[in-house]
Design a protein around this ligand. Structure first.
Ligand code: ADE
Ligand code: ZN
Length: 334
């Protein structure tokens, strides 16, 4: 194993773009389907893996929402989150910021409180037993209407102690951030931080809207920003981080091959670029796999890897003190 790959594995890392429902491994999907007596349209783990051949974001989301239907009880959400945190431990991930999609559960009659309590219980246990810190970000599904988002925000108000921010995900094209300006304003009044998926499949105009209208602290994906030089300048001037998900982008055909990915270009343009796994159970790997495959495909230097890892801590919602502590440790190791 090369020195740089050993280094990637060894260094403490943060992950800022991870959908907990997207960490549902086929084996756990089967186990939960059995436990909850839910029929899934797959006969075996191998059949599931064959179905994970996507041609765009929507073809993935259709299977992702289908998979999430096996999640019923608080224990299921605990088990799902705990499994992800154990994987994080293996990868030396010491801080995670986890997205969840409450509407994909409440629309099936699952109680909001049960979802958040299951996820939260697992992150408390991980803090104690694995030394991993976490934040939770609640995403609105952009293919649903504003009224549904307002209702979801209302349900989150009694869980402000557990949820640090709100985000926006699901089908992008045709569902601009502007549709959610009012609900994001209300969320900010209530004290939530904001992030949004933008410029994944959708145009760079959606990144502008996320910045101007939703006042986001980070852009999730944002890889299409390079189509607009003024936008690149704005992202750089305001030091707005991008949570890039390279293996996801290849699986969803944003880029044909990993060697065509613009990650290195984003870094070289001085943007606060981070690497993340998005939906690791569906896209072929967790954080270390993303970093290692990118290093190999894009010839990333030790300096690039160090920058990516430091950027993730810098861009996190940790306190300034904690960020400083981790960055000092990385500076000692790399
Ligand atoms: N939900 C889960 N993964 C997503 C992605 N990559 N883009 C938009 N919505 C998502
Ligand atoms: Zn995502």
């Amino acid at each position: 194993m090369s020195e740089i790959i050993k280094l990637i594995k060894r260094v403490p890392k943060a992950e800022l773009h991870l959908h907990i429902e997207g960490s549902l491994e086929p084996e756990l999907m089967f186990k939960l389907a059995k436990r909850n007596k839910i029929k899934i349209p797959f006969g075996s783990v191998d059949e599931i893996k064959i179905a994970y051949n996507f041609h765009n974001l929507q073809s993935f989301l259709d299977i992702y929402y289908q998979g999430a239907k096996v999640l019923i009880s608080e224990q299921d959400f605990f088990d799902l989150t705990w499994a992800y945190l154990l994987k994080s431990k293996e990868d030396n991930v010491v801080h995670t910021e986890i997205f969840f999609d409450p509407q994909s559960h409440t629309d099936r009659g699952i109680k909001f409180d049960l979802v958040i309590n299951g996820i939260h219980r697992a992150i408390l246990k991980a803090k104690k037993e694995l030394g991993i810190s976490s934040k939770i970000i609640m995403c609105f599904l952009r293919h649903l209407d504003e009224q549904s988002a307002f209702k979801t925000l209302d349900q989150a108000l009694t869980h402000k102690d557990k949820i640090i921010g709100v985000g926006l995900d699901s089908s992008e094209v045709g569902y601009p951030p502007s549709k959610f300006e009012r609900v994001f304003n209300k969320a900010m009044e209530e004290g939530f931080l904001t992030v949004a998926h933008a410029g994944e499949e959708g145009p760079s105009e959606y990144i502008w809207q996320a910045l101007e209208l939703l006042k986001v602290k980070r852009i999730d994906h944002g890889v299409r920003c390079l189509e607009d030089e003024k936008l690149v300048q704005r992202l750089r001037d305001d030091q707005i981080p991008l949570t890039v998900c390279p293996l996801s982008n290849v699986k969803l055909r944003i880029f044909k091959k990993l060697k065509d990915h613009n990650l290195k270009m984003l870094l070289d343009k001085g943007l606060i670029t981070t690497v993340n796994s998005d939906d690791p159970a569906y896209f072929g790997g967790y954080l270390n796999t993303n970093l290692i495959k990118c290093q190999m495909a894009l010839n990333l230097t030790k300096g690039d890897i160090k920058k990516l890892i430091i950027n993730s801590f810098r861009s996190s919602f940790l306190s300034e003190d904690k960020k400083k502590k981790w960055i000092e440790q990385i500076n000692k190791l790399v």
